[in-house]
Design a protein around this ligand. Structure first.
Ligand SMILES: [Zn+2]
Length: 363
């Protein structure tokens, strides 16, 4: 063992660890209160160099006692175990899959700027996730982070996404959820900004893998309140529209969660195109739709319609007079959207005509 004494330093940065490693160090001694930068901590894990705190602990500043401070021996063991998990073969495979999914999301224009985030629950209290401020097109495995279920970063050099809290609420509420993808696909998000969900019983693939979706109420992104908006829905829906924001999907793998985003966005897009044809949709019959639900149940996928009495309770109708959307009242039940009443249309036409006439008169 070779120890290097760095007790005169107030901050331990990654370059200090690099030079210690170059000198063959296996242990670094730091003073109590020395601040360890996140990248230095991560590099220590990679090099399997032990960090030992010596000296007067009472001189530690309050801020140095937070997660950046040198940890006691038990903390070291835990940190090293977590570093082992973060650099395990399984984690490396997950990181590659997350990067591949990131590129798919970007190529499909589901993530704009640095938007969107991806995660995978690799341990009971460990989640690998994407960092903040990186385009999903540019992700590399080294960019990824690991957090615990409370959102504390436990590995990775880049800061984790602020929207990880949304993923963590899903993991805590749904034991089957192993992966989550949040993104802003334009057609599904178009529904999300209207507060309406697309009707069901139109395309089998949507019925089986996603439908029906719910829409959760708007909250400021990145906050705990935002993360909790999905809680009433995530046990019975693997995909939720986030009002005025985007969507979130959970699945057994990251790849499958991304598939659900594709299925939903393509479905919303198709409905928008079909709405422009100007004739009512042709729905799959209830009998045939129940075949699809049986298949879905066999696949182990969630659906709110499996709940006994749901249809009756919510007066569900998936065949609105005005095709393309279904309104969602605050209680989360889905009701057929009211078709425009002729009187409303007449009043609108009259007000537009009056406005045009007023402009013409001025000229
Ligand atoms: Zn977002």
């Amino acid at each position: 063992m070779k120890s290097i004494d760095l007790t005169d330093q107030k901050v331990l940065a990654v370059r200090d660890v690099q030079s210690a490693r170059n000198e063959g160090a296996t242990e670094l001694l730091v003073a109590g209160g020395c601040v360890i930068t996140p990248s230095a901590r991560d590099f220590l894990h990679q090099c399997t160099i032990t960090l030992r705190t010596v000296g007067d602990q009472n001189n530690s500043s309050p801020s140095a006692k937070t997660s950046n401070a040198a940890q006691p021996v038990d903390g070291h063991r835990r940190d090293r175990a977590e570093a082992g998990l973060f650099y395990s073969a399984e984690a490396q495979a997950v990181k590659k899959e997350i990067c591949a999914v990131g590129r798919k999301l970007w190529a499909r224009m589901y993530v704009d700027g640095n938007g969107g985030n991806i995660s995978y629950r690799i341990g009971p209290n460990q989640v690998i996730c994407t960092p903040t401020l990186v385009s999903k097109a540019d992700l590399t495995p080294d960019d990824l982070c690991m957090v615990d279920l409370e959102g504390n970063q436990i590995a990775g050099t880049r800061p984790r996404t602020s929207e990880i809290l949304l993923h963590l609420e899903i993991y805590k509420a749904v034991p089957e959820a192993k992966a989550a993808v949040h993104c802003h696909p334009p057609h599904a998000t178009a529904y999300a900004i209207t507060g309406h969900v697309p009707p069901s019983r139109l395309i089998p693939e949507y019925e089986v893998f996603v439908g029906k979706v719910a829409v959760s109420p708007y909250e400021t992104p990145g906050t705990a309140a935002f993360a909790q908006t999905v809680l009433p829905f995530v046990k019975q829906h693997n995909t939720v529209l986030l009002a005025n924001h985007g969507i979130v999907c959970w699945a057994d793998t990251v790849t499958h969660a991304e598939w659900y985003a594709e299925v939903l966005d393509t479905y919303c897009w198709t409905l928008m195109l079909a709405s422009q044809i100007g004739v009512p949709f042709s729905y799959i019959s209830p009998e045939k739709a129940s075949d699809l639900l049986s298949l879905k149940k066999r696949l182990g996928l969630p659906d709110v319609r499996f709940e006994a009495g749901h249809l009756k309770e919510c007066q569900l109708s998936d065949m609105p007079d005005n095709p393309g959307s279904i309104s969602v009242p605050a209680n989360g039940c889905v009701l057929a959207q009211r078709a425009p009443i002729q009187g409303d249309v007449d009043a609108l036409v009259k007000s537009v005509t009056d406005a045009v006439m007023a402009v013409l008169k001025e000229e």
